[in-house]
Design a protein. Structure first.
Length: 126
């Protein structure tokens, strides 16, 4: 067994699996019911060929319609927000809130600057 790091939007969890990631849907907040995989009021059917228990991560991503990126060499997988959710956020024109420290280490939230023009400079050395 291998320990995988699974990122679900903003949550980070560890999952034990083989060299390819199989994941219990409950890790992402989905519950198996007779009608399929359910989360809140949303249910998606599961093919009868899918056995109970962990599901191949790529198949799970297709079932719940969420983009998935896997780095098998580093045992990391990341599920993104559903496309419709991301599209609605873009249409709203409102950036998601986040906090970043300034050069003195003081945290600032994007909501602190609502109604003002903000320039955000991001840099990565890689």
């Amino acid at each position: 067994m291998t320990t995988w790091t699974v990122i679900d939007e903003q949550r980070v969890q560890t999952v034990e699996s083989g060299d390819t990631l199989s994941i219990d849907p409950s890790v992402l907040g989905w519950e198996r019911k007779p009608e399929g995989l359910c989360r809140d009021e949303v249910c998606v059917p599961i093919p009868h060929t899918v056995a109970p228990g962990p599901i191949d991560a790529a198949m799970l991503a297709r079932l719940i319609q969420r983009p998935l990126v896997i780095d098998a060499a580093e045992y990391v997988a990341s599920f993104a927000a559903p496309a419709a959710e991301r599209a609605n956020a873009l249409l709203s024109g409102t950036a998601p809130d986040f906090e970043l420290p300034d050069v003195n280490g003081l945290l600032h939230s994007l909501t602190d600057f609502r109604g003002k023009k903000v320039v955000l400079y991001a840099y990565a050395s890689w």
